[in-house]
Design a protein around this ligand. Sequence first.
Ligand code: TPP
Ligand code: MG
Length: 336
Amino acid sequence: MTTYDLNAPVPPLHVSSHLSDADRLELVRFMIMAREFDHAMIRLYRQGRAFGGVYAQIGNEATSVGASYALDRTTDVIFPMHRDIGMHFVFGAQLKQLMLNFLARQGSQMRGTDGTGHYADPALHIYGNISHLAAMMPVAAGYALAAKMKNEPTVVLTTIGDGGTNVGEFHEAMNFAAVQRVPLIVIIENNQYAYSTPRELEYACRQLSDRAIGYGCPGVTIDGTDVELVYDTVRSFVERARRGEGPALIETVTMRMRGHAEHDDFRYVPRELLQYWEKRDPLLRYEAFLIERGIATKDTLEQWHRDIAAQITAAIDYALEQPYPPAEEAFRNVFV
Ligand SMILES: Cc1ncc(C[n+]2csc(CCOP(=O)(O)OP(=O)(O)O)c2C)c(N)n1
Ligand SMILES: [Mg+2]
């Protein structure tokens, strides 16, 4: 078991030379949306109103927001995993539509058959999430291959968990992407756990990005709680992929600050580990950074939290007023 030094200094955040202060405010806003959305979903779960599991992304906001912010929404596409709500916001997902999906109401993009975000919204360039771990990787690689064959400028970004990287399709897709030099950015969100399995029992390599050596593509491991670092790293590999130089593997190190889903009390996670990562909270640290630099005031950020929470509540109220889809919907697209 890895030991954590609770007194270890928290490193200062990276400052990107590619972001304006207006970009920074947009970044923090998306991170606040992700955080407030999670809190709302947790409440809905406790009220017995959420459909299916609630997979909070608390701790992962810098990765999901910073990575997707480095893409061009007009040309690029994302294949996010189950813990990436921030990415959906960056790509334009709207609260009301998300709540119809998550509360399984009429108008849900999954037609009410699922409440955990297994929807695609091609108009917004959002594909996935495919539930079976790593099964989304070959699809994302295939999308990137198609874009390359059609000479489109598209770069594809997909995310996978530390656990998911141990499924065969991860290796098949990485190898294929590297051989074909397709424009695919793969982010491994290493949040220390795959359900209740700690990373020590998941893999024996030093870090997951080392696997890139075996595929013949670049691989890096970075602090996934540092939004501008994530942004800059992804940005440089997006540029490389757009030049036709192929895929990249980026491991973002974070911590899953909740259970696997809200039914899981995560008693198996040592409290010191959570305390270590609490000091590295991606949102609180970025907010402090913006205040310190005079880019935002504490009052403004607090107001944004309240405004966004109110917008989410309004979206929930709207969704709860909608009926469930008709029962026949359950039989559509069923083969037998
Ligand atoms: C092939 C497969 N096996 C098991 C599951 C059930 N399952 C869903 S998420 C999960 C844990 C995933 O851990 P990780 O990849 O690290 O992602 P995290 O949830 O930590 O973000 C498991 C076991 C699944 N969806 N697909
Ligand atoms: Mg994990």
